[in-house]
Design a protein around this ligand. Structure first.
Ligand code: PLP
Length: 350
């Protein structure tokens, strides 16, 4: 199967599995797991924060990040399409009584700071207290510009807000910009990182921040059921991922650019062209999308075809796989053009 739905589908390699099998473990709730401790030390060192905490999922790491920043009745400002607003089942509101203030992001994934300023509530009992600005990097495959982050950081200092980065795919930004993670994380108080996306670990995320904050986060993590026992088996995979799978993300980015060019040449409409990392988005009529998914499936290619289709490259998709995807797509368009008597391009893909 060639699976382009997400980089979450990546499978642990044999070398990663060997390291997992051999990992030294202990009960991490007692603080006895040396492999978890080593992974958390890696996270702290790479992000240049005091400490890091290992979580079973990015959703839980983001939830705890919000619980540790905001009390009941407080507020975070966040992107309308951000994962920790839209795709985490409303956890902060349900479990934390934390009010989200969503804003539309610009096309480059940034939240315009003048709109953020206008959304900060006055210090008055009518309003929730605004505590936190939450950014996502990368957002829909876009790398937030470093200059924007620098301004956002200064902005939050001026307005007494904390700044959290949902960095599920922060290492895609690292690979794209070719700078150390700490160059990015100098502009945030806290950061979440997914090890189980393009980095290829089966499970796990990190939350990084200062020592006091991580101490509070540890309590929240326990409360929401994220205290794990011999989790060094999972942490070993995360350590392997950080050591071996960061720089290779550039291959995924090259592949996304290549796929974008080839699909564009077939007349497929690319949304926001110019893939910066490992994602592209295409637009097509819904009736065509409904046929595309099953067509690809018959050729062992899995895509989440819709009116907007996201295609994600990752370590289990090679250039040869993508060549097959392009030729299947071309055949699909030709077949469909014959059925409808329409020309190959220009009709369905305006
Ligand atoms: C995937 C993702 C998460 C966390 O998702 P999990 O599936 O819970 O690990 C958080 N934020 C973003 C931007 C993501 O893409």
């Amino acid at each position: 199967m060639i699976d382009l739905r997400s980089d979450t589908v990546t499978l642990p390699s044999d070398a990663m599995r060997r390291l997992m099998a051999q990992a030294e473990v202990g009960d991490d709730v007692y603080g006895d797991d040396p492999t978890v401790a080593a992974l958390e030390a890696d996270g702290a060192r790479l992000s240049a924060k005091d400490a890091a905490l290992f979580f079973p999922s990015g959703t839980q790491a983001n939830l705890v990040a919000l619980l540790a920043h905001c009390q009941r009745g407080e507020e975070y400002i966040v992107g309308q399409q951000a994962h920790n607003y839209r795709f985490e089942a409303g956890g902060a509101a349900v479990l934390g009584s934390i009010q989200p203030q969503p804003l539309d992001a610009d096309a480059d994934g940034t939240l315009p700071l003048d709109k953020v300023a206008a959304a900060i509530k006055p210090d008055d009992f009518h309003f929730a207290r605004t505590r936190l600005l939450s950014l996502e990097n990368t957002h829909n495959g876009k790398v937030l510009p470093q200059e924007y982050l620098r301004k956002a950081w200064q902005f939050t200092r001026d307005h007494h807000l904390a700044l959290h980065i949902d960095g599920a795919r922060i290492f895609n930004a690292v690979a794209a910009l070719q700078i150390p993670l700490s160059d990015i994380t100098q502009y945030c108080d806290t950061l979440t990182i997914c090890l189980s996306k393009g980095l290829g670990a089966p499970v796990g995320s990190l939350l990084c921040g200062n020592a006091d904050y991580i101490l509070q986060a540890r309590r929240w993590r326990k409360m929401v059921g994220g205290g794990m026992r011999q989790s060094g088996i999972l942490a070993a995979a995360g350590r392997y991922a950080l050591e071996h799978n960061v720089q290779r993300l550039r291959d995924d980015h090259d592949n996304a650019q290549w796929l974008e060019q080839r699909l564009s040449a077939l007349g497929v409409e690319i949304m926001a062209p110019g893939a910066q990392t490992n994602m592209l988005f295409i637009r097509q009529p819904a009736e065509l999308a409904a046929k595309l998914g099953p067509w690809m499936k018959r050729h062992d290619i899995v895509i989440a075809a819709g009116a907007v289709t996201r295609l994600v490259t990752h370590l289990n998709v090679s250039r040869a796989d993508l060549e097959k995807v392009v030729s299947c797509w071309q055949a699909f368009l030709q077949h469909h053009a014959q059925l409808s008597g329409a020309p190959l391009t220009g009709v369905y893909f305006q």
